[in-house]
Design a protein. Structure first.
Lengths: 313, 313
C-alpha cells in the first residue's frame, strides 16, 4: 500500500522580488514526495547526477521517502532549472534549463514500485509517462500532470497518455488549451470524455476545482498575505492530494474532496518560503489547523429562502 | 423594513457572440431591484426620460418594486449604454454612452426611502453617493458599489464615501487598484482599515470572497457551460445579497454568508440570457435549488488527518 512518483529531481536556482537561492532541492518528484510523506509512504523514480550530495539524500531519508529507484549517474550532472519571478508571482520566467542527466531519463521501476497502489506521473515527456503507466497495470489510481510545452509539441502522445490514466491534474490555462475550449466547464467535460474519471484544475490564488462525471467540487485558496516562492506549488498540491488518498482505505468522492483540501493546505505552506524549506519542517498539527481553517472559510448553513411576506411570482 | 437602491435605470444595446438586443431594460438599479425583489420589498431612486414606457414600468410593478422615487423627466431621454462582448465575456467593450437625463441626476429621497433599513449605493459619482448616504443616517447597513472610472478620476471623493459606508462591493481588479496593492488579502485589510466593516470581492468565474476584520469567506462561482450576457451580473449579485439580508431579522456573519450564496445564485441566472430576461421569470424553487447546489459543490467532511503508520517528524 504505497505511493509512487515518477518525475524530476533537480537543483533549482530561483530569484524572486524577496530574495534568491543559487542551488536548492527542486523538481516535481522532490516537491511531490516531501509533501506526500506527511501522509503515506512514498517511492521516487527519478535520475540525478554525481553532484547530488548526501545532504539532499538526507532530506528524502528524513521524510522516509524510498529512493531505491532514484538512479544516480556518477559522471553526469543533476537537472538544473534557473527561474525568476517578478512581482506577479503567478508567472515563472525560465532563465535557463540544463537537462543534464534528465535528458536521457528512462524510468526504471523495481518490483516494489510496480506494485504501488497509487501512482503520480509527474510532468515529463508523455511517451515516458505512458511507458511507466504500462508497468503499473494493477494500480488503483494513476494520476497525470503535464504542461503547455507537451500540449504544444506532443499533443498526440499526450492525448494517448491521458486516455490511459484515471486522473489528470492541470492548471486552468492548460485545461482550456488541452480541450481547445475557452469555457472551463465545457473543457472539463471534453477532457473527461477521453478517459480519466477525474479532472483537477488548479487555479492558483483562486483555488482549485475537481470535476467528475457527476460531481463538481470547488474550493478557494488559503488566503496568504505574502507569497514568497511559488516554485513547486503544483507538485506540492499533488503530493498532499495523492498522499492523503494513499492513507485512506477507500478512495471515494468524500475522500477525494478531503484530499483536495490537504493538497491545498500543503501548497499554501509551500509558497511561504523558498523551495521545500517550509514544507520540510511542517508538523501534523500545523497541517490539521489549516485544514480546519478551510472548513471555517467555506462553511455556510443550508437554509433555503422562504419569503414570509407578499410573494413575487 | 425595506431596501433602497440608488443607481441608474437605462436602456442597454448589447451585442455578444451569441446575439444582440437593440434596447432592453438595464442599469444598476434595474438589475439590482429585480434581483432583490425575490427576497424583499425594494424602492428605487433613479431618473428616466419621457421615452421610458409603461412596458418597462410594468416590469418593476410585476416585481413589486416601489418606483415612487423614480423621477421622470418628460422632455429628456433615458440613459443609454451601447456595449459589446467578444468571446472573452469577462471584458465589456463600451461602444457608446448617452448619459441623457442621467447627466443631471440628483437623487431625491422620499421620507419612506430615507427610513429604509438597508441601502445600496449603486455605481454613480461618489459625491452623489455620499449625499444619499447622509440622508439615511439610521440605516442598519449601507453598501457601496463603484468602478475603475471613479478610482481613476475621483479617488479622493470616493475614499471619503468609502469611509462612511458599512460594506463595499467591488471586483478583484478594483480592490487591488483601490488599495494600490497587488495582493488581494493585503488590499482587503487596507480597505477595511478605512471604515467599512465588510468588503466583498467579486471574481467573475472564480466566485466571490467576503472579508471582515476577523473572518474570511470564499465561494466558487456556479459552474456554467455557457455565459450569454454578463451585463448586470454584479448588480444582480448585489441585489440577491442585499435582498436576502433584508429578509433576515438579524444581520450577522452567518446571514451574510448565506447572502453571498444567494447573490451568486442570482448572478449565475442573470448571465444565462440577455439583460434581465432570465431573472425576471425566476421562481423561488429555482433559486433554492441552485442554493442547494452551492452547498453540494463546496461541502467536505471535517476529518483531520491522523497518521496510523510510522510518523514523519
Amino acid at each position: 500500500m504505497s505511493l509512487l512518483v515518477v518525475g524530476s529531481v533537480a537543483f533549482d536556482a530561483v530569484e524572486t522580488p524577496f530574495g534568491k537561492r543559487d542551488q536548492m532541492l527542486g523538481g516535481s518528484a522532490s516537491h511531490f514526495s516531501i509533501s506526500a510523506s506527511f501522509f503515506t509512504d512514498v517511492r521516487v523514480v527519478a535520475v540525478v547526477g554525481g553532484d547530488f550530495s548526501s545532504d539532499e539524500l538526507a532530506v528524502f531519508a528524513k521524510h522516509h521517502v524510498d529512493t531505491t529507484d532514484l538512479e544516480v549517474v556518477p559522471d553526469g550532472e543533476t537537472f538544473r532549472w534557473f527561474g525568476r519571478y517578478e512581482y506577479d508571482l503567478n508567472v515563472a520566467h525560465t532563465l535557463d534549463t540544463h537537462l543534464n542527466v534528465f535528458a536521457g531519463f528512462e524510468p526504471k521501476l523495481s518490483d516494489a514500485s510496480k506494485n504501488s497502489r497509487l501512482v503520480f506521473l509527474g510532468n515529463i515527456q508523455p511517451d515516458l509517462q505512458r511507458g511507466v503507466r504500462a508497468q503499473v497495470p494493477n494500480a488503483e489510481l494513476v494520476a497525470l500532470d503535464t504542461m503547455n510545452l507537451w500540449i504544444d509539441t506532443t499533443r498526440e502522445s499526450l492525448q494517448k497518455t491521458i486516455e490511459v490514466v484515471d486522473l489528470l491534474i492541470v492548471n486552468d490555462a492548460e485545461a482550456r488549451q488541452l480541450a481547445e475550449e475557452a469555457n472551463l466547464i465545457k473543457a472539463a467535460r471534453k477532457i473527461l470524455s477521453w478517459g480519466p474519471h477525474t479532472l483537477i484544475v488548479k487555479r492558483g490564488e483562486y483555488g482549485a476545482a475537481m470535476f467528475t462525471k457527476d460531481e463538481y467540487f470547488a474550493i478557494p485558496a488559503y488566503p496568504l498575505e505574502s507569497v514568497f516562492d511559488p516554485t513547486g506549488a503544483g507538485d506540492t498540491f499533488a503530493g498532499g492530494f495523492m498522499g492523503y488518498l494513499s492513507s485512506q482505505e477507500t478512495i471515494d468522492e468524500a475522500a477525494m474532496r478531503r484530499a483536495m483540501i490537504f493538497g491545498s493546505v500543503m501548497a499554501s505552506f509551500n509558497v511561504e518560503e523558498f523551495g521545500t524549506e517550509r514544507v520540510r519542517r511542517l508538523t501534523h498539527d500545523e497541517i490539521n489547523e489549516r485544514f480546519r481553517a478551510f472548513k471555517r472559510m467555506t462553511y455556510f448553513e443550508e437554509i433555503p429562502f422562504e419569503r414570509v411576506a407578499q410573494a413575487t411570482k
